[in-house]
Design a protein around this ligand. Structure first.
Ligand SMILES: *Cc1c(COP(=O)(O)O)cnc(C)c1O
Ligand SMILES: [Zn+2]
Length: 419
C-alpha cells in the first residue's frame, strides 16, 4: 500500500505522475513528493510507529515507495541524547545531539537518502545506480548498492579525504575521481545522466532520494518524546536536509503527532570557505550566488547548491538564521564535542557545533530554550586536518618505572597549571 500521490512542482503546484521526473517542465521549478495525508493519519499513529523496528522505515507511509522497503533495512534510528557537558561549556540549559556519525552502514546521514533512493530505483527497474558526491554519498551508494546487487558508478572530486576514497573503493564500485570541484562533477553527471539509463540518486531520482532526509527530522521529534525543539542547527551542502527537516516537522503537525502550535527555528550552518546559503540568508536575498569552495569541510563543499534557494527560504521563514565558521573554529569544535560528549564527528559536525556556539554567543539563540545540534558524519573519515594538531601519545619503555616517571612528569605539569 502506497500513500504517495505523485509529484508536485514546488513553484507552480503543477502535478506529475510518480515517475522519473525531477524538474517541472512548465516552470523549471523543483518537484517534490506529495502524499495522501488523510489516509496516512488513519494508520500512522504514535503506537503504530513505536511498535515497529528501530529503522528509518518506521515512518514508511511518509516515504516515497510503492511496495516494501528493500534497501537499508538496518539504517536510521540513530542515537539522540541530551548533552550535559557540552551544554555547560556552551552555557545553555537544554541541548540535544542527534548523532548520525554512527549510522549503519557507512557512518553518515546519507544512508537515509540512499536507502530510500535505491529502494525506489529498484521499483523503477533500474539495474545501475550512480551519484555525484562530496564523499559521504559515495560511501553510502557504494555500500548499499553492493548489498542490493546493483551496478554502480560513483563520481567524486579528486581531492577528497583518504577515508572517503577508501570507504568507497572497498565496496568495488566504479569510482571516478573528477579533476574539479563538486560542482564540476555534478555538471558532468547531469550530462552523463541524460545519455545513460542510470538512476543518479541525487539527480534524476532526487525527489525520491531527498525524502529520505525527513527521517532524520522524524526521529528527532519522536526521540524528544513527540515534541519539537525550539531551535535546530543543520549543516548545509546542497541545502536539501534543512528543507526536509522542515517538511518532517510540518508533516508531523499535520498528522497530529506533535503539537501543531509549536514552533521551531532552523539555522543553516556552513564553513566560511563555502557559505553561499548563509550569505543569502544574511542578505535576506532569494538569490544564492555560486562560490568556489575552499574549506576542510569537504562534505559541505558545494558552491552552487541545488536546493540553495529553498534552504534560504526555510531558514528565514522559520524565524531562524544562518552562520558560518572558519576552519580553525571547525577543528576546535570537533575537539570540544569529542572531549565533552565522547562523539568523534567529521568536519561537518564541527561546523554545526561551532555555529551553535557562535549563535548562542551572539544571543541569536537564547540560552534557556531547547536546542538540537545535528551531527551528520563520522570523524574517522576526515582525519587529515586533525593529525598535525592533536599532539602525540605519551611514549614509554615497556616497564613500570618508565610509566611512573611519565606519570610524575604529567602530575608535575598539571600542578603548575593555574586552576
Ligand atoms: C551531504 C551532507 C550534509 C548536507 O546535506 P544536504 O542535504 O546536501 O544539504 C550534511 N552533513 C554531511 C556529513 C553530509 O555528508
Ligand atoms: Zn512548475
Amino acid at each position: 500500500m502506497s500513500y504517495m500521490l505523485g509529484l508536485k512542482c514546488r513553484e507552480c503546484g503543477r502535478l506529475y505522475p510518480k515517475e522519473v521526473i525531477f524538474v517541472c517542465e512548465y516552470c523549471f521549478g523543483g518537484v517534490e513528493v506529495d502524499y495522501d495525508y488523510d489516509a496516512i493519519r488513519r494508520v500512522l499513529t504514535k503506537d503504530a510507529v513505536a511498535s515497529r523496528p528501530k529503522s528509518l522505515w518506521r515512518y514508511r507511509e511518509l516515504l516515497p515507495i510503492e511496495g516494501e522497503p528493500a534497501v537499508g533495512l538496518l539504517s536510521g534510528f540513530t542515537p539522540f541524547f541530551r548533552s550535559e557537558r557540552l551544554a555547560q561549556r556552551l552555557g545553555v540549559e537544554e541541548l540535544y545531539l542527534k548523532d548520525d556519525s554512527v549510522s549503519h552502514p557507512t557512518l553518515s546521514f546519507k544512508d537515509r537518502v540512499v536507502s530510500v533512493a535505491l529502494t525506489r530505483a529498484k521499483e523503477f527497474g533500474f539495474d545501475t545506480v550512480a551519484c555525484a558526491s562530496t564523499g559521504n554519498l559515495a560511501n553510502s551508494v557504494a555500500a548499499l548498492s553492493a548489498r542490493a546487487g546493483l551496478q554502480r558508478y560513483i563520481f567524486i572530486p579528486s581531492d577528497l579525504e583518504m577515508g572517503k576514497v577508501v570507504g568507497s573503493l572497498i565496496y568495488r564500485p566504479t569510482l571516478v575521481a573528477v579533476e574539479g570541484t563538486y560542482d564540476d562533477v555534478n555538471r558532468l553527471c547531469a550530462e552523463i545522466g541524460s545519455k545513460y539509463p542510470w538512476a543518479f540518486v541525487n539527480i534524476n531520482i532526487r525527489p525520491y532520494y531527498a525524502e529520505g532526509s525527513k527521517t532524520y527530522g522524524f526521529e528527532v521529534l519522536e526521540q524528544m518524546g513527540w515534541r519539537a525543539p525550539q531551535h535546530i542547527i543543520v549543516p548545509c551542502a546542497g541545502g536539501s536536509l534543512i528543507t526536509k527537516i522542515n517538511k518532517a516537522i510540518k508533516e508531523f503537525k499535520l498528522l497530529g503527532l506533535i503539537d501543531p502550535a509549536s514552533s521551531t527555528k532552523l539555522y543553516a550552518a556552513q564553513a566560511d570557505g563555502c557559505a553561499p546559503i548563509v550569505k543569502a540568508i544574511k542578505e535576506r536575498s532569494d538569490i544564492v550566488r555560486p562560490v568556489k569552495p575552499q574549506t576542510i569541510a569537504k562534505s559541505l563543499a558545494i558552491g552552487n547548491p541545488a536546493d540553495g534557494y529553498y534552504a534560504t527560504r526555510t531558514a528565514l521563514d522559520s524565524g531562524g538564521f544562518g552562520e558560518s565558521v572558519s576552519d580553525e573554529e571547525i577543528i576546535e569544535a570537533m575537539r570540544l564535542l569529542a572531549e565533552t560528549e565522547g562523539v568523534f564527528t567529521e568536519t561537518a559536525g564541527g561546523v554545526t557545533v561551532a555555529v551553535a556556539r557562535k549563535l548562542i554567543e551572539q544571543g541569536v539563540i537564547p540560552r534557556d530554550e531547547s536546542i538540537v545540534v545535528c551531527i551528520t558524519g563520522n570523524g574517522l573519515k576526515t582525519q587529515e586536518p586533525l593529525v598535525s594538531r592533536l599532539g602525540q601519545p605519551v611514549r614509554i619503555k615497556p616497564n613500570l618505572a618508565s610509566f611512573e616517571s611519565t606519570l610524575a612528569e604529567q602530575l608535575a605539569g598539571l600542578s603548575t597549571k593555574t586552576r
